[in-house]
Design a protein. Structure first.
Length: 177
């Protein structure tokens, strides 16, 4: 599959088959994150692979929005390091996209669970501490997201997009009705 095809076929998959993901495929997912670009090539993001069923079920309680983690066959927790780079959030976010596209290429479903909350510091701290304690993540890391993986139990249709012309501007920003 080429990148263009992976972008078009990408869906958020939250229901998975009870079929293990091979170690080789898990390594490909991790490698996609590892190879993603970072600002100034600084090591500002890290990855924690989870395949333990009990831990996946525990992490499913980190926010009300990730119950699907209990069904996942694996997850990757993506952290950012503000002490390493001021671009830690962007770097971790780019890594999430790379990993998701790699999963799509492999025929593995992926869902994104936001842990970091930029608008509500108390909520961010609550979610991050829940994950931090469970996985022994040092205090100087921010927990950006958990990506859950599994072979899709069903393939949802593409979501309806807004009109492309309403979000793409050329040469200058123009208000569009």
């Amino acid at each position: 599959m080429n990148v263009k095809e992976a972008i078009r076929q990408r869906r958020e998959i939250t229901h998975y088959l009870e079929k293990p993901i091979s170690e080789e495929e898990l390594q490909q997912l991790l490698n996609a994150g590892y190879l993603s670009p970072t600002g100034n090539n600084l090591p500002s993001r890290e990855f924690v692979l989870i395949t333990n069923r009990a831990m996946l079920e525990h992490l499913a309680l980190s926010t009300p929005f990730v119950p699907w983690l209990a069904e996942a066959q694996a997850a990757i927790v993506i952290t950012g390091r503000p002490s390493v780079s001021k671009y830690w959030l962007q770097d971790a976010s780019i890594a999430c996209g790379f990993v998701w596209l790699q999963a799509t290429d492999l025929g593995i479903g992926c869902a994104f669970g936001a842990i970091y909350n930029a608008e509500d510091q108390a909520e961010a701290e609550k979610r991050e501490d829940y994950v931090r304690v469970a996985l022994h993540i040092p205090d100087d890391r921010r927990i950006v997201a958990i990506l859950g993986f599994g072979y899709p139990a069903e393939m949802p249709p593409a979501k309806k997009q807004i009109q492309k012309e309403s979000s793409i501007h050329v040469e200058k920003f123009e208000e569009k009705e």
